[in-house]
Design a protein around this ligand. Structure first.
Ligand code: ZN
Ligand code: ZN
Length: 259
């Protein structure tokens, strides 16, 4: 470890009490990611167009390789949606663990600073929840993250620039086309707040991308100049697992040919 890093760690130990890394749960000094998860974040191989984490040595996820277009300019994601991070996101979203908003916001800050042209952004917007969900939970978990993230990046945020104007069924049991249909007209953006702006849209999980696409389309329809997407985690899709197996099989074949 370099002298500089040793010194930085000592400063952190002095300034911050120990906290748990939101990804792996290990105790460390500081708030946000532990050193190992920080390193993993820099090494993740992301699809060129969307936030799907893909096998090393590939450039596009299966969906993007098949030509499915996303209206956001670029999308990034931190980690695969599994293990401790998955539990943390579920607790944060459904079990009142609103204190997780700070470490998750710091995770997104690192991701955005590493992967996106954040100096161009004007506004950080969270994917909105419906009025019914808001009443039930008492908070929009991603708006809590957006508040911290915007402050960290010295940008603005607004909980009313993008709204969910129609209640939608839970999407997790629906397939891709059912999700797209369910979300038609579900979001509305306020052109007075978003016109001509470069937007950073944030969400917790990227699954099929239907929600992010619907939000981006609403923002572009209201005159936003550009929309970038950052999500905490990317769900491993079955199709992507198949893709991974196909890639492994192809590699195994080419390796055996070399022998
Ligand atoms: Zn960690
Ligand atoms: Zn992709």
């Amino acid at each position: 470890m370099s002298q500089h890093k040793v010194f930085a760690n000592r400063v952190r130990q002095f300034v911050w009490p120990q906290s748990r890394c939101p990804v792996c749960g290990s105790l460390h000094n500081g708030c946000g990611l532990c050193d190992q998860c920080h390193e993993l974040l820099t090494k993740q191989n992301l699809c060129l167009h969307c936030p799907t984490i893909i096998p090393q040595g590939t450039v596009l996820c299966r969906e993007c390789a098949l030509g499915i277009k996303n209206p956001f300019l670029q999308g990034v994601s931190g980690y695969v949606y599994e293990g401790r991070l998955r539990n943390n996101i579920l607790n944060f979203k459904y079990h009142n663990k609103s204190e997780l908003h700070r470490p998750l916001a710091l995770l997104l800050r690192e991701l955005v600073e590493q992967r996106l042209p954040y100096q161009q952004f004007d506004l950080v917007l969270a994917v909105p929840v419906s009025k019914q969900t808001m009443e039930r939970r008492g908070y929009n978990h991603m708006q809590l993250v957006a508040d911290i993230l915007a402050a960290e990046l010295k940008l603005s945020t607004s909980p009313i620039a993008l709204r969910r104007v129609r209640y939608t069924r839970k999407l997790n049991k629906l397939n891709r086309s059912e999700r797209e249909k369910e979300l038609v007209g579900a979001f509305n953006a306020d052109s007075k707040r978003v016109f001509g702006k470069n937007i950073l849209l944030i969400d917790d999980i990227f699954t099929t991308g239907a929600t992010a696409r619907a939000c981006t389309e609403a923002l572009l329809a209201a005159g936003s100049k550009s929309v970038y997407l950052a999500t905490i985690a990317s769900a491993v899709l079955q199709s992507n697992e198949k893709y991974r197996k196909q890639i492994d099989k192809t590699r195994a074949c080419s390796d055996s040919l070399k022998l």
